[in-house]
Design a protein around this ligand. Sequence first.
Ligand code: FES
Ligand code: FES
Length: 159
Amino acid sequence: MKPIRLIVNGNAVSAFADADTALLDVLRNHLGLMGTKFGCGLEQCGCCMVLVDSRPEKSCGKSLSAVAGKEIVTIEGLGTPDRPHPLQRAFIDEQAGQCGYCLAGILMTAKGLLDRNPSPSRKEIAEALDDNICRCGSHIRILRAVERAARLLREGAAR
Ligand code: FES
Ligand code: FES
């Protein structure tokens, strides 16, 4: 088996796995990045969303070979407890979540949105998050949190 190279959270890594292994499996079970969650495994829930070359993608539906050489950003690459990303600060401030299981995927989708559109309307935020399911029903607070993060970023908060 030949290693497949990719860039994860800014680091060049080699993954020793079959080419058709799901990226989600590679992240969690080969690279030890447990922040990206397994929900349905069928590209239906958005729990496993990561950025692939800056675009939100469901990692359960991407094979390792499909992301060879690409830049992947996971929730671990967003911020840290000491230096949370403005999105993470906004989600805490709005208490946008209950169990939190969906949030890694939602945060990565929101990051992709705000990187390409710094001033999204509420409708645009809802449309961007259409593929992310929150079973706890925190949708309104999630929308508010993304709006708050967009304001923070426009005001120059450190990313
Ligand atoms: S686990 Fe990938 S979309 Fe549900
Ligand atoms: S906060 Fe529980 S699924 Fe979204």
